[in-house]
Unconditional design. Structure first.
Length: 272
């Protein structure tokens, strides 16, 4: 992900997301495990944010303004009614195994690589392999822009066809990370990925949604201009995964993925 993007989606009458015709594996996804240990007061927020993300992902491309289509990456944006900041949708196809893409996104060490504005990314508390609270701190640009920090709830799950929905959104977790005078507390409405295997089995379709606001005294014109850089994080991710593949550290893209493979990727990253 790359920071600075913004808006809010309607939740009513959410259309379903088209599923892949080719399941990536016999789906052994365990919903009980996915919801394990989640605080009761988070369940409602989780449902709302999933609905928002699905609405953005399933809305026709004709409803979005295209601002980038180059080097295999597409960038779209949409201004919600009453909002000054755009929601950004980025899309690409990566010639890598879906678990490799998932593992890279899930690794907190990837955040500063995908976005040089990120100073630090950390997990504050884990509820389960599917859910945790994390904090991302962004560099400031003295004397104009103060540092920002985002305290978010992260969650992922496998859909019926084996595709992966991976997302986060801001909530108040003052017991884990109180607000402080060193940084402005930004707010992610919803920020996430849809990962699904390509129909021909040679890679992974990647969609990314970014609906966020850094808060503070920053002109919306400046922020919307900065948001146009959002899709470059997918190009950076492809380059980094290419390096791993060239070093012999990538999975065979033709092999099926199991639910347990995603759990293993989370456990591996948690141990770093």
């Amino acid at each position: 992900m790359s920071y600075f993007g913004f808006g809010s989606a309607p939740v009513e009458e959410i259309p379903s997301i088209p599923v892949s015709k080719k399941p990536i594996c016999p789906n052994t996804f365990n919903m009980d495990k996915a919801m394990e240990n989640i605080p009761a007061d988070m369940n409602g927020s989780l449902d709302v944010k999933m609905a928002e993300l699905k609405a953005f992902l399933s809305s026709p491309e004709s409803e979005w303004e295209s601002f980038l289509d180059a080097k295999g990456v597409k960038g779209l944006r949409k201004f919600q009614e009453g909002q000054d900041l755009a929601v950004i949708r980025s899309e690409t196809v990566m010639p890598f195994h879906i678990v490799d893409v998932f593992e890279f996104i899930n690794n907190v060490k990837s955040a500063p690589v995908l976005d040089p504005m990120v100073n630090h990314s950390q997990v504050l508390k884990r509820f389960s392999p599917h859910s945790w609270v994390g904090c991302v701190t962004l560099h400031g640009q003295w004397p104009v822009i103060s540092p920002r920090e985002f305290v978010n709830f992260y969650h992922w799950r496998m859909l019926e066809d084996g595709s992966i929905l991976y997302f986060d959104f801001s909530e108040k977790f003052d017991d884990l990370k109180p607000e402080n005078d060193d940084a402005v507390r930004g707010w992610d409405s919803v920020y996430g990925y849809m990962l699904r295997p390509t129909e021909d089995g040679t890679g992974t379709d990647v969609q990314m949604i970014f609906d966020s606001t850094p808060r503070g005294e920053l002109p919306s014109v400046l922020l919307n201009q900065a948001m146009l850089n959002q899709p470059t994080s997918l190009s950076i991710m492809r380059d980094e995964l290419t390096k791993l593949r060239d070093a012999g550290n990538a999975r065979d893209v033709t092999l099926p993925a199991r639910y347990e493979d995603f759990l293993g990727a989370v456990s591996k990253n948690a141990a770093l």
